[in-house]
Design a protein around this ligand. Structure first.
Ligand code: PLP
Length: 379
């Protein structure tokens, strides 16, 4: 049997990881500013994380949601405490797409309405409604096409107000990333998020904060939506939540009430996933990783802004993007193959930085030196 060939691969086989470094099967060491697509939050093979998962595996790895799993409540308590959303309710699932799918479905159950408002350049995942709310026709299969999703321009308060003025009674939810990731690191303005909050309040629609990539401390605040001082009705999360263990979730404001059977999943919230997610939060707290994300992130942005060839450096915390002019278009490849540094991309010309939240100034300097060096060699 061969693998279904859907991923364009780098010819590299990673076999080990520690902190912000990974090693390939030939013993080459790489600096990881990509975090396996914003997933590695507390660093590779963090000792506390490894220990907690191993200990849990020795007890029990999985049982279904037909019995009590106290680890789920422990996770809910810790998440409530660290995010400041103590009165929210937690539903656990397995991925970012599943989190968004459940959030939109729940909004529809809650309001009895069908329309979802999403925005230009949004990415919400590849399952049916999540992909329908993703602004990329190439990944929407005919069966996923729906008239229930309306795309409006990102950060355009007037367009949103105008749409609500006509369709308010049909709108179940507005779904928005606090910082668009796949779309190229586009930061939602506080005014835009506040407008979403106000319109959803006025018309009883549900504000869904897709925090799958920009959440969980990556921006330097627990949720990037916190920068706008608004509370969403549902926050979706995944990526950094399990530091590589597949776990996702949604937290739901108290006014949205559950009913048996409304949502469900076989694997979501299993013992091992909860142990992984708890370990992540414990490390984030013990090592003050939100503060680190903010300070190292700010430093990185300052340094990047000092490199004349890079344009439009932007982002928050350790979610940073910049445009690479056409004449330097191989920069990302050069960083990987010549300097052994992994970075992310957003097509056509954006480099995305999504390192672990405990990356240090030393590693930031290594990246800056490598970029400066690589750019100097173009002339
Ligand atoms: C903002 C956002 N939402 C949802 C998803 C989908 O997550 P997953 O790939 O875990 O389904 C992603 C993945 O990149 C994302 O960036």
């Amino acid at each position: 049997m061969i693998l279904f060939d859907v991923y364009p691969l780098n010819d590299i086989t990673i076999v080990n990881g520690q902190g912000s470094y990974i090693w390939d099967d030939a013993g080459n060491k790489y600096l990881d500013f990509y975090g396996g697509h914003a997933v590695i939050s507390i660093g590779h093979t963090h000792p506390h994380y490894v220990k907690r998962i191993k200990e849990q595996l020795d007890k029990i790895g999985f049982y279904s949601n037909s019995i009590k799993i106290p680890l789920q409540q422990q996770l809910a308590n810790k998440l409530g405490e660290m995010s400041g959303k103590e009165d929210y309710q937690l539903f656990l699932c397995n991925s970012g797409a599943e989190a968004n799918e459940n959030a939109m479905k729940l909004a529809s159950f809650h309001t009895g309405r069908k329309k979802i408002v999403a925005f230009s350049k949004a990415f919400h995942g590849r399952t049916s409604l999540a992909v329908a709310a993703t602004d990329n026709l190439q990944i929407v299969a005919p069966v996923n096409e729906t008239e229930n999703v309306k795309f409006l321009p990102f950060n355009d308060e007037v367009a949103l107000q105008n749409y609500f003025a006509i369709h308010a009674k049909e709108i179940a939810a507005v779904i928005v990333e606090g910082i668009q990731g796949v779309g190229g690191i586009n930061v939602a303005t506080p005014g835009f998020l506040q407008t979403i909050r106000a319109l959803c309040d006025e018309h009883n629609a549900v504000y869904i904060a897709d925090s799958v990539q920009c959440g969980y401390g990556r921006s330097g605040k627990f949720f990037s939506h916190d920068y706008a001082a608004v509370n969403a009705d549902i926050y979706t999360m995944a990526k950094g939540m399990g530091n590589g263990f597949p776990v996702g979730g949604i937290i739901i404001a108290p006014h949205i009430k559950p009913a048996y059977g409304m949502l469900g999943t076989t694997f979501g919230g299993n013992h091992l996933a909860c142990a992984a997610a708890l370990a992540v939060l414990e490390v984030m707290e013990d090592e003050a990783l939100l503060a680190n994300a903010l300070s190292v992130g700010n430093y990185l942005q300052e340094q990047l802004k000092g490199i004349a060839q890079l344009k439009n450096v932007r982002g928050r915390g350790l979610m940073i993007g910049f445009d690479v002019p056409d004449e330097y278009k191989n920069l990302r490849k050069n960083l990987l193959w010549k300097y052994r540094i992994f970075t992310g991309e957003a097509k056509p010309d954006v480099i995305r930085l999504l390192p672990a939240l405990n990356i240090q100034y030393k590693e930031a300097d290594m990246l800056i030196d490598a970029i400066s060096n690589a750019l100097a060699n173009y002339s």
